[in-house]
Design a protein around this ligand. Sequence first.
Ligand code: SF4
Length: 83
Amino acid sequence: MAKKYLVVVDRNKCIACGVAPALAPEIFELGGDNGKNKVREPYETETTAEESKGIIPEELYEKAMQAVENCPVEAIRVTPIEE
Ligand code: SF4
């Protein structure tokens, strides 16, 4: 079975710089609620004002990691999901 990854955005840390959606528009967008980064459909599983979570397929892992590595406040975490 293909590997999947859990993506978590700490929206309290996010400063809405726009880097994450620019580097990985398939995964991230700035939310219409508070303007901070969130995981977008169809990968989003849960988003609150504090945190946004989603599950991405392996094909998007490298893109997600670009956002992780370039986020100026280290607000994004990507971890493999055991299946
Ligand atoms: S790169 Fe970091 S600070 Fe910038 S929008 Fe993404 S999560 Fe927010």
